[in-house]
Design a protein around this ligand. Structure first.
Ligand SMILES: *[C@@H]1O[C@H](CO)[C@@H](O)[C@H](O)[C@H]1NC(C)=O
Ligand SMILES: *[C@@H]1O[C@H](CO)[C@@H](O)[C@H](O)[C@H]1NC(C)=O
Length: 469
């Protein structure tokens, strides 16, 4: 009895804090690239204990002694404001609700009062987003990066600890976008806090778009995919397809609006509003009442389709546009793994690369991860429920891929972590941390090829989808 009472009291206290799991929509793990790191399925534990660290890392063969010598992390920026395009759609939606006259024939079953109530609540909702917020990092996003840095520093103190910081040997490269530069600062703040170092030196980073936004300067990609409606045909088709149309009508009915008033873009804006209010303010917003879990899965699929065809395996040129990052990472690992004599300078302990979902997805693609037998299309939603390519899991805010080079008895080994969970290399499924030379052999075709200039400057267009790279 007492324990029941205690847990009730705790539940009440927790909900007062405004961020108990009960206050989170039950589909919070389906917001695609707008998913919070802690909602992304594997990380629910972070909610309970933000500093939780997996003490079993790195995972090395039993009987072999290893020590980490270098870590490269490719990290997505933290939670951010919507971009201008999204903000405009949100405003349009909020204006529509204010001005539209209710549909003459709302679904009776649901009750007119109920649709009217929803509309009334949403009409009174304050559209507080302004265009100048355009994609900037929010305070919660700073916290995302600070906490990630702290957890990594606890897992790898010899690389990210006080000594490395004092010597200024943690290299930080970032995309030029404001949200990434702010994330780069927040990450360093987290390292300094966890090492209890208050250095006179200001945080240092170098902007490198050639590395972290190389897709921008890949002509073959920009013309062949990014600006090419044909290359993204599956996305447009799904947007007007059976599942999205049914959802659009259902939500229009829930609001008592005529069906044609709510376009697919406005439907998405409502879903984004639900996700942003959660990610930015930890609020379970009234916009979320328009959706249930099955609805969220449809909108999540829309996001996955877009990222698959625009930013990942969908077109080989998209992966080729990220070759500079692939080569950079392996060059850093090569350098750190080189044999040294006792007098030599020790290897660079860590290299932190801060970018976007658009940076991580093609990098994971080049590593040949999260590729399904059948690509997602506008028509196969029903058979894709178990797909591996799921943006909510892969690229939530603050998503990260960490490669840790270990100095072991039998030579250097490499451990990979995706969002802090160990992931095996597709070519080497037997081991958590295979020998580095075996990893290099598995990616030999890319290490010897993956030529950005050849792929990107060559003939634009005409490159079919899904050609093996
Ligand atoms: C951090 O450093 C300060 C000053 O040296 C010290 O007083 C404090 O106890 C340290 N905190 C931790 C957590 O080590
Ligand atoms: C656009 O994409 C389609 C399909 O991938 C491709 O066949 C076409 O050549 C592309 N157009 C341009 C201008 O690259």
């Amino acid at each position: 009895m007492l324990s029941v009472l205690t847990s009730v009291v705790f539940a009440v206290l927790a909900s007062r804090r405004g961020c108990s799991p009960a206050d989170v929509p039950d589909f919070a793990a389906h917001f695609g690239s707008k998913t919070r790191y802690e909602d992304s399925r594997a990380y629910r534990r972070l909610l309970a204990e933000p500093a939780a660290v997996d003490r079993s890392l790195p995972r090395v063969p039993s009987g072999e002694r290893c020590s980490p010598v270098h870590l490269t992390a490719v990290v997505r920026h933290g939670s951010r404001y919507p971009t201008v395009k999204n903000i405009r759609a949100m405003r349009q939606l909020s204006d529509l609700l204010r001005t539209a006259s209710p549909s003459p024939s709302p679904s009776r079953e649901d009750g007119e009062r109920s649709a009217a109530w929803r509309r009334d609540v949403l009409r009174r909702w304050d559209m507080w987003y302004t265009e100048d917020m355009d994609g900037q990092l929010v305070p919660k996003g700073r916290e995302d990066l600070r906490q990630l840095a702290t957890r990594l520093a606890v897992s790898f103190p010899s690389l990210l600890g006080e000594e490395s910081l004092r010597a200024g040997r943690v290299r930080v490269l970032t995309s030029s976008k404001h949200r990434c530069v702010s994330s780069a600062e927040a990450f360093q703040e987290g390292l300094h806090l966890s090492a209890n170092v208050t250095l006179a030196v200001r945080y240092r980073h170098q902007v490198d778009d050639g590395l972290l936004r190389s897709f921008d300067s890949c002509r073959g990609y920009v013309e062949g995919v990014e600006k090419n409606r044909t290359a993204l045909a599956e996305v447009y088709k799904f947007k007007r397809g059976t599942e999205m149309e049914a959802l659009r009508k259902k939500v229009a009915d829930k609001l008592g609006l005529p069906h044609r008033g709510l376009t697919p873009d406005l439907l998405e804006a409502a879903f984004f509003l639900c996700s942003y209010e959660l990610a930015i303010k930890s609020l379970h917003s009234p916009w979320c009442f328009l959706f249930d879990r099955e609805d969220a899965k449809v909108l999540e699929y829309k996001c996955d389709l877009k990222l698959f065809w625009k930013r990942a395996h969908g077109h080989a040129i998209t992966l080729a546009a990220s070759c500079p990052l692939f080569h950079h990472v392996f060059r850093s690992l090569d350098k750190a793994g080189r044999p040294r004599r006792s007098g030599d300078t020790p290897p660079e302990p860590a290299s932190i690369l801060i970018g976007h979902a658009e940076t991580l997805l093609p990098f994971l693609g080049l590593l040949d991860l999260y590729k399904d037998e059948t690509p997602p299309t506008a028509d196969n939603y029903q058979s894709q429920h178990a797909r591996r390519f799921r943006s909510s899991l892969l690229v939530p805010y603050a998503a990260n891929v960490v490669l840790v080079l270990l100095d072991c008895t039998r030579g250097p080994r490499l451990q990979m972590l995706v969002n802090e969970a160990p992931v095996r290399f597709p070519g080497l499924p037997e081991e958590d941390a295979p020998l580095y030379r075996d990893v290099r052999a598995a990616y030999r075709h890319l290490l010897d090829g993956c030529d950005f200039h050849k792929e990107c400057e060559g003939a634009t267009g005409g490159r079919g989808p899904n050609t093996e790279l």
